[in-house]
Design a protein around this ligand. Structure first.
Ligand SMILES: Cc1ncc(COP(=O)(O)O)c(C=O)c1O
Length: 382
């Protein structure tokens, strides 16, 4: 099978991920921070080590500011519901995933004003449009993705964060498509809140993710419960990470994520990015030669992550994906990719696109086989 659906979740995982999960279950699977016995202490050590690895990866000086979550959606909801109150205004973009768009839609019905800056049809964001939106009234938060999960276009994060701060707003980055591939330094880039999944380019198991909470942010917890600290008190502790980590964490997944981060560090993020740029270049160059095939996005591998969306004349996206799977053993995703707003922006709503997303284990041969399969489909009517 050729797996080109890494934008949904990465596959395969480095072998060390499964090994560390088995090792954790056999030797360390106590409840972290809850008891004083050896197994609980071992589990706590694994959680603390993974937290420190994440902090180091994102340039976070204090690991306690990394809060574990179930996925990027969980982290984004923790940030948005924890921060925004009726009367606040949030500025966002027209290419957001439903993980941002749906909470904001629900919040708009509760008195939070949402201003959506329209991106161009290739997914790019014009900073003058952002400026205009920021100038149109007080803003509490700017919330945007680092890269589109539909066409891969990378947004200008540093510049957007700087503008947010100039207008007294906080900056929330949805790094679902970039964490593990593009370098992210929260201090240098001016990120106040960083939501990331553990199961995409960070190469960890599903059920993992996290949120960085900067020193200038105070979030009201969505959940209250046991933390293993201040147990005599009825109210949720204020301190991070406990304030936002009620209940037993996904220790098994966190153990796997720790091993994945070890792999990433060893291979090096710049090397992974270079590999993915080369794959994207090969893919886009090949796609451009296929008659009747249209690429959505900038078409420039340097300005996008390794996520490429296409339409094929005479074919429904869902049929292309089914044919690639059944006749060629190639796994891609079709449809709206949980981002209907992005498709409206790209002009591909409501049919959506066929999305090919290579990852760090994809080879040139995988890309060539996908191109050959698409060439064959282009010659055939659906
Ligand atoms: C841009 C973006 N944001 C958020 C999410 C949600 O991530 P998760 O599935 O980890 O909740 C995704 C998932 O594809 C995404 O692409």
């Amino acid at each position: 099978m050729i797996y080109l659906d890494n934008a949904a979740t990465s596959f395969p995982k480095p072998p060390a991920v499964a090994e560390s999960i088995v090792d954790f279950l056999e030797h360390s699977a106590g409840n972290p921070g809850r008891s004083g016995h050896a197994l609980a202490i071992a589990a706590q050590a694994v959680v603390a080590a993974t937290r420190s690895q994440l902090a180091a990866l994102f340039g976070v000086p204090d690991p306690a500011r990394i809060v574990f979550a179930l996925n990027a959606t969980d982290a984004l909801n923790t940030a948005l519901w924890g921060l925004l109150r009726p009367g606040d205004r949030v500025v966002t973009t027209s290419i957001e995933h439903n993980a941002v768009a749906r909470p904001l839609h629900a919040m708009a019905e509760r008195g939070i004003e949402v201003t959506r800056v329209a991106c161009a049809a290739d997914g790019t964001l014009n900073l003058d449009d952002l400026d205009r939106a920021l100038r149109s009234g007080p803003v509490r938060l700017v919330a945007m993705c680092h890269a589109s999960n539909v066409c891969g276009t990378i947004l200008p994060v540093r510049e957007a964060a700087q503008r947010a701060h100039e207008h007294g707003a906080l900056f929330l980055l949805d790094a679902a498509q970039t964490a593990g591939v593009l370098l992210i330094d929260v201090i240098e880039m001016g990120i106040d809140l960083l939501a990331f999944p553990g199961h995409k380019a960070l190469l960890g198991p599903t059920g993992t993710g996290g949120l960085y909470v900067g020193p200038s942010v105070r979030l009201t917890p969505m959940r209250q419960g046991g933390t293993g600290t201040r147990s005599a008190e009825e109210q949720q502790p204020d301190e991070l990470p406990e304030a936002l980590e009620a209940g037993t964490p996904n220790t098994v997944g966190i153990a796997g994520l720790g091993a994945a981060l070890g792999y990433l560090q060893q291979r090096g993020q710049p090397a992974i990015r270079a590999h993915e740029v080369a794959l994207t270049t090969r893919l886009i160059d090949g796609l451009m030669d296929i008659p009747g095939l249209r690429i959505h996005g900038t078409g420039d591998p340097a300005r996008q992550v390794a996520t490429v969306s296409v339409s094929l004349e005479g074919w429904e996206p869902v049929d292309v994906a089914a044919a690639l799977d059944s006749s060629f053993g190639i796994a891609v995703r079709s449809g709206l990719h949980c981002a209907p707003l992005a498709h409206r922006t790209l002009g591909t709503f409501p049919r959506g696109t066929v999305r090919l997303s290579p990852g760090c284990f994809t080879t040139d041969d995988d890309v060539d086989q996908a191109l050959a399969a698409l060439r064959k489909l282009a010659r055939t009517a659906a």
